[in-house]
Write a protein that binds this ligand. Sequence first.
Ligand code: ATP
Ligand code: MG
Length: 651
Amino acid sequence: MDTHLHAHHDEVIGIKADAAARTHVSVERRQAMVREAAVDPNGFWGKEANRISWMVKPSKIKNTSFHDDVQIKWFEDGILNASVSCLDRHLEEGRGDRVAILWEGDDPSMDERVTYRELYNRVCRLGSAMRRLGIGKGDVVTIYMPMIVDAAVAMLACARIGAIHSVVFGGFSPDSLASRIQDGNSVALITADEGRRGGRSVPLKANADQALLECPTVKHVIVARNTDAPVNMHPGRDHWWATLARHADPVCQPEPMNAEDPMFILYTSGSTGKPKGVLHTTGGYMVWASFTHEVVFDYRPGEIYWCTADVGWVTGHTYIVYGPLANGATTLMFEGVPSYPDNSRFWQVVDKHQVNIFYTAPTAIRALMREGEKPVKRWRRDSLRLLGSVGEPINPEAWLWYYRVVGEERCPVVDTWWQTETGGILISPLPGSVAQKPGSATLPLPGVKPALVDNDGKLLEGATEGNLVITDSWPGQMRTVFGDHERFIQTYFSTFKGMYFTGDGARRDEDGYYWITGRVDDVINVAGHRMGTAEVESALVAHPKVAEAAVVGMPHEIKGQGIYCYVTLNAGEEPSDALLAELRNWVRREIGPIATPDAIQWAPGLPKTRSGKIMRRILRKIAANELDGLGDTSTLADPAVVDDLVANRVM
Ligand code: ATP
Ligand code: MG
């Protein structure tokens, strides 16, 4: 897209002087880090490696190449155990009585505080019990849990004994669970009787039983009691967690792991197709989780930190469990949903637990924005100091609402761009040292080298737009697609030689800031003008009556592709022909005549992955009237939404 079309988004929200003075990373410090990481990566990351505990400190730091035989090794002669950095170390250093996990139930009257010492004890008992069952280093263990403390305990217990965990989101169906268990060849499954979400119960054990009919590799099932609902227990295969733990050795020696030994598998959200089993190893991942959690969230000891993701997604892995716990933080774990018992739940929890740092997704922000300011203003939120966003491009309108209404212009907003594959955040402002622009993830973290290339892989300079690649490795990078190294090379390293391809498109402005324009598969080409979906969607969302929008290309005789928009209105707004015309003109004015929508469909809901991302590939099929073969829809949150959109398609 031509750059003049974007001018109106480039509002700069300055760094507040007082915030800058108090943050970890000052402007000068950031510049020094960026320089050092670029000039001497071995020196820089060798020092940063000291932020976690090692049994044997690494002497070799970076050994990576994106060329020919892709090779990614970090800290390769180091020996460690991830759980030691998250637990033992804090006990040794006098933090045993600090709250590690602050749990808030779906039911607002339920909460729990688990100290580092209690967490350590729970992890050790489960680890010992798993060892007694014969589970050990290199075995894959699937975790299918609600958002309860035991989910984190299960992950850490796997890490402790060197088992590779594969967490499957508790909202997935038996089929989705089965395919992930099969893909990983799991030997064990850890689950609970039931989960709770939004006042309803989720039959996890029953789902697991159904899935396991097709999963002969699973020899053991460990079941946590959560709601106390009656469940079937298969003798020999199923074990009550509590019974195992009661008889288990309270001492559980941490398994020595090489830095490059696998730590976990996690399947991507499935926005673009069949989910990929992303494999992360131990040393690099832990360094990246700890480093990014500290610098991006400007974490300070004693603060209450809340990431609203589910442990079933990478955000939950890195920024609920491993990053915060490695840094000795108090991490809030929330079992519920933002709309239960009502739309002010997030802010009620913020006040109740005096949350300082709050990290959520654009989908939640847009849903709350739709309900207006009232539910937010019912609560004080004066403990909040920093706000974060992840998962999709955040429309400038939603960014500003988050900044002004939720944060009262007091809290910096960190729009963090990253992927399951990257292990942690790659592009984000560092609060206090990077001026913010609503809608831009801003600048790469120290040691991260993004670039934009054209479709032939030619590097583009200056202010421009193109395919977002990363030209050199960072410690948190995935190492392979589990069981399919060929797919790893194909997906990430074959499109552009010698570069990691993210699959996303981005624009870079005059200040070097990155603006993610969406997935390149979603790019629309109108009469030769390439357009990212994010820009058109943001223009629509900027209209006062629009809550959310998804934009896709549709076949068009003259222009090649036309623009098809799905629009969800704010609560209380009614669709009308007048509004339709108004929206067409609005987009035309906001972006330019080339972006004028060809079709607008009123959408009461949009198809989203279970992690809340808009699935444009399905919307593209509906717009093109290709209704058979909507592709892999197993990761869809609510299939009924699709039926409604199909029934009401326009043109
Ligand atoms: P799949 O790879 O299976 O299609 P997915 O890409 O949705 O699924 P994730 O790894 O959960 O799986 O999501 C990463 C993607 O989310 C990024 O590639 C990007 O498209 C989007 N994303 C995440 N954070 C941001 C952000 N801050 N701004 C813009 N886009 C973001
Ligand atoms: Mg992806």
